[in-house]
Design a protein around this ligand. Sequence first.
Ligand SMILES: [Fe+2]
Length: 187
Amino acid sequence: MHTLITQPPQVAWASGLLSGAPLIHKSTRIADLNGVFADRNAWREFDPQQVVYDVEMFDSPSPEGALYTGVTHLQPGKVGDEYFMTRGHFHARREQGEVYCGLRGTGYLLLQDAQGEARIEHVFPGSVHIIPGFTAHRLINTASEVLSALAVWPSAAGHDYAALAQGFSVRVIEQGGQARVQEKTHD
Ligand SMILES: [Fe+2]
């Protein structure tokens, strides 16, 4: 009998940097977020290649039942008065949940159910977010440093962006130096 002891991959909690295993990296730029921010004129004034967020994840096997682990690094900034945020998504497999953990910086996790009911959780180093199934999720950086959050999600979950073509039902803007939640007006 010989029990194998191996070195697992690692996350540096303070920075969210992953190491020790092959990684997949994807950057999302201003140009990729057409229609996501309310102020289209302000959006057009940005360098289209400016990175809004990076996602780095372990390139791990993906059979049914497996879990993915990754980190989102969301830059600070605003388009007009609206804070930088991730596109946000439902899972293609709606019943699949996810866990986020705040690592660095502060911000909000916007959650929205299928009926359009929104709620927000504070994100901070050490915060743990149990995202249930049937719930869309988006990170919002309300501070002036990078917001990094670790995520663990089922490989079978997939992403459905189209279901949020009309966006989330609230926006988070800066007003008088404070983050303020704005209910979206329908016209
Ligand atoms: Fe997700």
